[in-house]
Design a protein around this ligand. Sequence first.
Ligand SMILES: NC(=O)c1ccc[n+]([C@@H]2O[C@H](COP(=O)([O-])OP(=O)(O)OC[C@H]3O[C@@H](n4cnc5c(N)ncnc54)[C@H](O)[C@@H]3O)[C@@H](O)[C@H]2O)c1
Length: 357
Amino acid sequence: MSRSPLKVGVVGAGIGRHHLAGYRALPDDVEVVALCDTNEARLNEIGSMYNVPRYFTDYNELFASGEIEAVSVCLPNSLHAPVSIAALEAGLHVLCEKPLAENLASGQKIATAAAQASGKFMICFNRRYRLDVQWMKQALSEGLLGRVYHVKAGWIRETGIPGWGGWFLNKDIAGGGPLIDLGVHILDAVMWLLDYPAPLTVTGATQANFGPHSAKTWQASPTPPPYTVEDSATAYIRLSGDVTLNLETSWASHARPGMDDFFITLMGTEGTLELYVANYATENTLTLYTEVAGKPVVTRPAVKVSRSDHEYAIAEFVKCIKEDTPPTASVEQGLTIMQMIEAIYQSAAVGREVVLT
Ligand SMILES: NC(=O)c1ccc[n+]([C@@H]2O[C@H](COP(=O)([O-])OP(=O)(O)OC[C@H]3O[C@@H](n4cnc5c(N)ncnc54)[C@H](O)[C@@H]3O)[C@@H](O)[C@H]2O)c1
């Protein structure tokens, strides 16, 4: 195990600030060296907030500088592939934000580069590292639920269309709306809990009822910008092992005011385990429904999420580099999720089930 601090950089100072915070939480293992962003005002503001010594506006210069060993790629989705590939080709370890890319084809390019690279590639599927989701995994491995046969999962916002006028609303850059933005987290967490079964068939539907009218956004504007993504998506997915999954995602819907909730309900032959995270709650998120001596029993496991999801994911990335172990959130898993997302969009477009091989 390497004892010298890992020299890291972050590209993209939006959610990248959570990466800086995650690295800063590991002062014995990590030295934060550089921040890169094309927006100089943001670069200076976030760089000084996290006391970052070196600033770059060109990621190629950062990668060629020899100053860092690992980088977080925190950029708009269509930049994940070119920037991650450039970093891997420069011999760096890469933690890339979710989704893997804006579409499956770009994701496959990352997988090819990662297979040839000396550095590690991990995708920032940070929700699965929450302690309540980790507890669900433990409950499953201890057989508490018996055989899981159905999953109900989703992420629903009442008013939550992000990045008004920006790349989030542009299908060419983002790849889609809440499905690829929020659903990607839920799909990964469900698939990880179930040990990544093969997706077999997908039926999906998408809607855009609010965004095109400039309704229910975080940043309203009198002139609606072009809106080329969905604002809600649903899917019914068959997985290997005789498991089915109902997925719901939305950025905008008539619901509890301020609602921004995600949930995963695992239905098993011996019990049902529900995760319900209302507005990023960190406790009282779990409920277990079972039977004891023939009577229904409801249990509320006392699991508290004590750190941010990004802190957990970043600690995991650093650990896998230091201990030279395979990244737990792998490029292959990222590709499987992209395959599912692309199949949902394809099914929505053609209006029928898509069979995956
Ligand atoms: N894991 C999570 O919980 C989570 C949360 C939010 C966003 N994300 C992901 O993080 C990524 C970034 O999202 P965001 O919300 O931070 O977006 P954002 O638009 O707020 O930030 C992106 C930043 O990248 C910079 N940038 C753009 N092109 C650049 C380039 N060529 N070189 C350097 N900098 C460049 C922009 O100036 C901007 O500051 C997306 O993939 C998104 O899906 C993940």
